[in-house]
Design a protein around this ligand. Structure first.
Ligand code: AMP
Ligand code: ZN
Length: 112
C-alpha cells in the first residue's frame, strides 16, 4: 500500500524515532508546531479516527499509554495536547491514523 506512515513505521522512509514497540511507532513531526511535536501511530494501517472500531481500538488505548509516558519523558508536566485530525474539514493530510502529541508552549482553545 502506498502510505507514507506505513513506510515510516516499516523503516522504509527515514524518521526521527522516539518510541517503538510491536504495535506502535512514534517519531518527531517534520514540521513541528510546538517545541515537542511527536506523531504516534499504530503500525497497522487505519485510515483515520473514523475507522476505529471494536476490532482495532486496543491499539488506540495503547497509543494513549505511550503518549502519557512520552509526555513524562519529555518533561511536559505543565501540560500537553493530543490531537487527531479526521477528514478533510479537520485538515487531515496523511491518511494513516496519527495522534499529534504537542507540548512546551501554551495552546489556545478552541483550536483553529
Ligand atoms: P495531519 O495534517 O493532521 O494529517 O498531520 C500530518 C502531519 O504529518 C503533519 O503535521 C506533517 O508535518 C507531518 N508529516 C508529513 N510528512 C512527514 C514525514 N515524512 N515525517 C514526519 N512528519 C511528517
Ligand atoms: Zn498506512
Amino acid at each position: 500500500m502506498d502510505c507514507l506512515f506505513c513506510k515510516i513505521a516499516a523503516g522504509e522512509i527515514p524518521s526521527t524515532k522516539v518510541y517503538e514497540d510491536d504495535t506502535v511507532y512514534a517519531f518527531n513531526d517534520i514540521d513541528p508546531q510546538a517545541p515537542v511535536h511527536i506523531l504516534i501511530i499504530p503500525k497497522e494501517h487505519i485510515s483515520s479516527a473514523a475507522q476505529i472500531d471494536e476490532k482495532n481500538s486496543a491499539v488506540v488505548a495503547h497509543i494513549f499509554e505511550v503518549a502519557a509516558s512520552l509526555a513524562k519523558e519529555k518533561g511536559l508536566e505543565e501540560g500537553f495536547r493530543i490531537v487527531t485530525n479526521c477528514g478533510e474539514s479537520a485538515g487531515q493530510s496523511v491518511h494513516h491514523l496519527h495522534f499529534h502529541l504537542m507540548g512546551g508552549r501554551n495552546f489556545a482553545w478552541p483550536a483553529g
